[in-house]
Design a protein around this ligand. Sequence first.
Ligand code: IMP
Ligand code: MG
Length: 179
Amino acid sequence: MNKNIESVLISEQKLEKIVNSLAKQIEKDYNDKEFIMLGLLKGSIAFMADLMKNIDLDFRIDFMVASSYGSGTESSGKVKIKKDTEFEVKDKNILIVEDIVDSGNTLNFVCNYLMTRGAADVKVVTLCDKPTRRKVPFEPDYVGQVIPDEFIVGYGLDYDELYRNLPYIGVLKRSVYEN
Ligand code: IMP
Ligand code: MG
């Protein structure tokens, strides 16, 4: 295990089960509906790669970069769109793929932004959810796992751009970000 990881929160095997189950729900709900799967970079990369391979439907994918974090562990509250969608979202059904919902600032902002641009429908699938940390009301449509108030990394999630490559999700040692 990586020396900066306190403990494994979601193992590789568990991740596979969670992702399969989310894929099956999405496949059922979008069976007769065109949609664009919109990943929020960079955190969603591992999750989205596995999720999309398990959805047996025809859909397009796109990416956005929105950021509210610096290099710390707290959301600044100000969300900036650093990279917009490639496709026109007007009249489209959008399924946003996110790694984790924390304060809710990012998704609250991005969902409103897409609706303002005329999207027909915006839904969110998130791998992890920390509902106890919400600062603005936000409820994802599909949640992989509700997690306690710990800073986690791996499977796409980072601290200071590190640990995204870990194949599991682990709790980061506090000594890494506290001193
Ligand atoms: P929110 O805007 O506060 O909901 O934050 C959402 C973003 O913060 C996520 O997309 C992550 O990139 C990041 N984030 C929140 N909690 C964690 C965590 O525990 N580990 C790594 N990144 C996190
Ligand atoms: Mg993110």
